[in-house]
Write a protein that binds this ligand. Structure first.
Ligand SMILES: NC(=O)c1ccc[n+]([C@@H]2O[C@H](COP(=O)([O-])OP(=O)(O)OC[C@H]3O[C@@H](n4cnc5c(N)ncnc54)[C@H](O)[C@@H]3O)[C@@H](O)[C@H]2O)c1
Length: 349
């Protein structure tokens, strides 16, 4: 079998960290083509194109400063050119851009190609919530696995030990992705509960916003632990309601479940911005611009998608944490009411 050619679609903080891993791994295995294309949304940094900086200095100075990317990772500014001829597409960009980018790729994906989504978020569909992997499947007609876990990009890039979870519907693809991305410090478990893995990645960001509110309001560790636990219960209940396939509770014990939830509620941008929101009263959009240097938030938007589907199904009362996050972010509910929204949680009745 000819070596598999890889294209990474997206080059933000996580895209660049995973490019470091993939670039290193393809060189060590003859299963893969040693050149990896990295699609970069072009921007000028101090008058120089970001693609030029990456290809000449081998560093994404805007989104992952301080880390060298392997020289076999080649930045390409046109997404169609980057993906042409690729057997494996790794999707890793903020979810708000996925539809447009996939639209550009229609008709340009190699026959037999398959993908994996590292994107944490959900979108809106005609019947409510839509998984990002479903958008990619529908637009491009390819099989799509997902990778989610407790993986703050800068720590992964620093090669600090962590775990992650791949959810796949095709075991052969699962094994290939593990080969492509596993390292001694990035350990991968493969499960087949693909939709559950993906939903965990989106829903935990909503819980992290709640955790950030608690930090901003001056609550302690007990409160945060309660928010994490109640959030996890809502994640499980929501997955059972929403997933088409079977939802295995054990999947929530994988890195994509409880581990990612903990790391996101302590580190992570959603928690950080939510804490500032509670402390300053500035809007989420204002804080996102001021604090994240071009990076995007996912938690508030995910809460809006979840709110719509829960309202439509008349189930809001069963998910007070998700609903409180939405109402505080978008409907002007005072942030100090966050805890009171949880005091009559169905878990306590
Ligand atoms: N950063 C992390 O620690 C981390 C960890 C795990 C998963 N993720 C997930 O990975 C996904 C990608 O996040 P990230 O951290 O790599 O991105 P990011 O938020 O760091 O960067 C934003 C990216 O979007 C690009 N961009 C800006 N405007 C654009 C446009 N109009 N069209 C297309 N692209 C545009 C930028 O060039 C940049 O590459 C997200 O779903 C995130 O939840 C992130």
């Amino acid at each position: 079998m000819p070596p598999l050619k890889v294209c990474i679609v997206g080059s933000g903080n996580w895209g660049s960290a995973i490019a470091k891993i993939i670039g290193g791994n393809v060189r060590k295995s003859n299963r893969f083509n040693p050149i990896v294309n990295l699609w970069v949304f072009e921007e000028l940094i101090n008058g120089r194109k970001l693609t030029e900086i990456i290809n000449e200095d081998h560093e994404n100075v805007k989104y992952l400063p301080g880390h060298k990317l392997p020289k076999n990772v080649v930045a390409v500014p046109e997404v169609v050119e980057a993906a042409t001829g690729a057997d494996i597409l790794v999707f890793v960009l903020p979810h708000q851009f996925i539809s447009r980018v996939c639209g550009q790729l229609v008709g340009h994906v190699k026959s037999g190609a398959f993908g994996i989504s590292l994107i944490k978020g959900v979108d809106e569909g005609p019947d409510g919530l839509k998984l990002i992997s479903d958008i990619i499947r529908e637009k491009l007609g390819i099989e799509v696995s997902v990778l989610m876990g407790a993986n703050i990009a800068s720590e992964v890039a620093d090669e600090k030990f962590c775990e992650t979870t791949i959810g796949c519907t095709n075991k052969q693809h699962g094994a290939i992705f593990k080969d492509l991305m596993q390292t001694p410090n990035f350990r991968i478990t493969v499960v087949e509960d693909c939709d559950t893995v993906e939903l965990c990645g989106a829903l935990k960001n909503i819980v992290a916003v709640g955790a950030g509110f608690c930090d901003g309001l001056g609550f302690g560790d007990n409160t945060k632990a309660a928010v994490i636990r109640l959030g996890l219960m809502e994640m499980v209940a929501f997955a059972k309601l929403f997933c088409k396939g079977e939802v295995t509770t054990a999947t929530f014990l994988e890195s994509c479940g409880v581990a990612d939830l903990i790391t996101t509620c302590y580190g992570g941008r959603n928690r950080k911005v939510a804490e500032a929101f509670a402390k300053t009263g500035k809007s989420i959009e204002e804080l996102e611009k001021a604090m994240l240097n071009g990076q995007k938030l996912q938690g508030p938007q995910a809460s809006a998608e979840v709110y719509k589907i829960l309202k439509q199904k008349n189930l809001s009362e069963k998910f007070p944490l998700f609903i409180a996050v939405y109402k505080i972010c978008y409907e002007g509910t005072p942030v100090k009411e966050f805890i009171s929204c949880l005091q009559n949680h169905p878990e306590h009745l």
